[in-house]
Design a protein around this ligand. Sequence first.
Ligand SMILES: [Zn+2]
Length: 268
Amino acid sequence: MRPSALSGARWAQPAVRRSLTLGEITATYLPDGYVELHPARWFSLDETTDLYDDRPELVAASGYLVASIGVLLLEGPGWRILVDAGLGPTSVPADATHPALGVMRGGGLASFAQVIGEVDAVVLTHAHDDHVGWARRGWPGLPGVARAPHLVGRDEPAPRGWEHVDDGQQIVPGVTAIATPGHTAGHLSLVVAGEDRRLVVLGDTFHSSLQVEVPRLSSCFDVDPARSRDSRARMLRELDTPGTVAVATHFADVPFGRVRAGRWEPVA
Ligand SMILES: [Zn+2]
């Protein structure tokens, strides 16, 4: 899709279901809900004017950035993997969340139970509430996911029974885990290699497309901001490789994209 053909509203509204095909592999973003991010507090900025002057479309009428919450279903020849586990069937009002957040809402995944069906593994990018919600609750209504092995990065705290994976470890042929610490100690990204295209699963190395333009911006939830900057730099190098697209969990309704001229360009 040409950027000029993109509805401006998609930069500031929660994601809908979107798919991308890379040869034999299909990646489908399934939304669970959204969380509002305070444009200044989320990045620990004193003021927002300069940063958002060029990007007014990122700020919703509510005054917040809209961060989608969702999962990624990866389907290849003979295998199906789910990445992340959403927030789960719950909502938190703005006055009960962190000061850098507004409303947080989940539960949308319930309507995709048939689409998700059985999976061979669940890869959790990290153990924050908006990525492990359904897993912590035992996947109600999703028994074909509950019994699959749950994989998490080597240095990430995990409940008993979850398995740890290492940097560079192959999950299935064509899907490789990459350690991208900084947001959390054991944060994981993935590289999915299709026939002539690659998909990089960014996880929470980035929370807003604004960070593609200004990668020094770290979120106030990053446990190690310097390492999270290093991980963003590593992901941007991956995205420099020709034929590479990415998926970002929290990028409003533009989760699939690539970097063109230093900016996020939606592709699905
Ligand atoms: Zn997150």
